[in-house]
Design a protein around this ligand. Sequence first.
Ligand code: SF4
Ligand code: SF4
Length: 480
Amino acid sequence: MSHDPLQTGQARYAWREIDRREPPKRKAEERITDFHEIYSLFDEAMIREQASRCVQCVSPACVTGCPLGNRIPEWIALAAEGRFLEAAEISRRTSSMPEICPRVCPQERLCEDACVIHSPEEPVCIGAIEKFINEYALASGNGHIATAPRNGLRVAVVGSGPGGLACADELSRMGYTVTVYESQLLPGGLLLFGIPAFKLDKAVVERRINILKQQGVEFKVGVTLGKDVSLSGLLENHQAVFLGIGALKPKALDVPGADLQGVIQGLPFLAQKNAPIALDLPPVDVNGRRVVVLGGGDSAMDCLRTAIRCGAAEVVCAYRRDLANMPGSRKEYANALEEGARFLFLTNPLAIEGNGDGNVTGVRCVRMELGEPDASGRRKPRPVAGSEFQIPADLVLVAYGFDPVPFPPGSDLARIAVNDWGATKVDQNQMTSVPGVFAGGDVVRGPSLVVHAVRDGRRAAAGIHRYLTELKPSPAPAQP
Ligand code: SF4
Ligand code: SF4
């Protein structure tokens, strides 16, 4: 539909006349041949048209739906006028990675789900607009690097995933001298090693890290907390520490045959197939093999789509609940379907079957039905008697989620209080039970979204600033 609502004076009602459009997406048969991102940007005219669908709510529900509280109507109004640099400048005020979050957020559960014109109509395409204005600004070399006079205070950030990077960004903007410690040989954490490049190009992560370096953030890679450095060592050299070390202990597959050759945890598989450097992991040959992925979250979708790109003969997802109760993003589910993945809902593994050589040959499963809601409010699946069947498989990828890695017993990290399932406890400032030590992201909340980790990192930076400027007693003046 060709229409310029800004010229007609009907902008407030443009959403009735202009359909929502999705950003250009590469065809499935082309994109499964490589690991490049599948979405590209709208052009400027389309961004202006799509932005004009926003009715500029007085109490914008989209802002509440965004975990960062992004000032969405403000930057959408500017985008509708073609003032993209000003729009990006506002979006940067509330987000430390405004070009990354729109690539990986499940908007259909967050900002766009909350948009007021969603039902009766399709919501404003908030994520695509946020990505466009920030890519536009970055391409123009405009304003992402913020330098501030150093305030003489040092903070250590442990872990360079989204929480750590967001915390480092905020602190460096406030004048703190920040050093990020990363156990891998490249910074980026899950952004680099966990999220496939077809969703988030590695060059996009590298660009964001380079921005932080230009802001004065120092990165020390190949350094593991609890092994190469201790918590007390960090506290001796820094006034505060932020822990953004994630939750990387995979939930186990607890069925007979789980130790057969060809049963592999999803995260090391994703890291090996997506990391921009060779990792010290045993090679996994996928080409021509039948792959079964167990689980229904975003990691499961990533495993399915990565296996397809690695040449799997057949890729099947087995999930114990139904589609309505599947935690994975609907957008990624649709993309996986388009790329050739097959989904078996209400299907639970009973055993992994193998041959005399100890190699996987299949997954014995049982059909499930949904019973009464459990403590989480979701209907609890229960097996259907006599419904067992086998899915042939050469490779089984387990994507059941993660728990925090326990702190090494005996290390000085063990003094940090954790809850019953090992997650680090924090107060409203993201401070742990150890004064001056803060934490955020998956190590606190368990596996969650990138945008939640960014929010935690920013909150922790504000908490650290408060702690160092208001709460922490100043050293006693030296006696004459
Ligand atoms: Fe939406 Fe995520 Fe951007 Fe917030 S950060 S506006 S939830 S895409
Ligand atoms: Fe615009 Fe939707 Fe936000 Fe309202 S809720 S301000 S229509 S994006």
